[in-house]
Design a protein around this ligand. Sequence first.
Ligand SMILES: [Zn+2]
Length: 253
Amino acid sequence: MTPYLLAATATMPEVKAFIGRYPFAILPVGSTEQHGPHLPLDTDNRIAERVAWETATKSLGLVLPTSPFGYAWVWKGVPGCLTLSFDTYKAMIGDLAESLDLWGIKAVYVISGHGANSQVVKHAVRELIHERYGIKVLYGMYQGIDEMLAETDSERWHNDIHAEEIETSMMLAIAPESVRMDLAAADYPPVPADYGKSELSMGHMMQSGVFGDPTPSTAEKGRRWIELASARSAALWLSFLARHGLYQHDGAQ
Ligand SMILES: [Zn+2]
């Protein structure tokens, strides 16, 4: 038995046997939202799904189906963007953690392809999960983004990545048929001084929907960054499991 399994295509007895031996799950979470004129709405879902799977093959866990709706309040009302409210998303994460806890899952890694999800997961862990269930929760964007940013050929837009070189390169590696590179163009919306300290969100600054420059993107960079993201995420996951005494990388449990 490999220490990783894709839940969506597995059967109940397969999952039962798997978690009896490896009681660990990885939950990819994304967002259905605008990514400018050249990337599809499911960009964050595709990236989260791929990085979660590659992370599992470098570590272990039952990879759950990707949650396609996230906390994307900043794009509220933009055609194609679907967001759950903060409280709904928090409750969803709490409910999923309860289900996993009832199965006997000891730890879950919520890997996000969309930055804003993590702040809600943090509150779900604190307010709904930590003191109520035995399951341990690790969460966050896929790892390695600072290293990727150091390798990009384009300038970063302010403090975020969205539909720019990193996401576009990853999508060229994952689903090249869905990327319209002929429509890719740089866009660096001006940033008011009080951005992040007032009601202003990325949504208020949106022009084309791109934040940065997708034009230097290549599939080769995307493959390298998916490899980096999954290697760093796997290392964090394994250290988290070891800190809780749940699994040692040498195989001892
Ligand atoms: Zn994205």
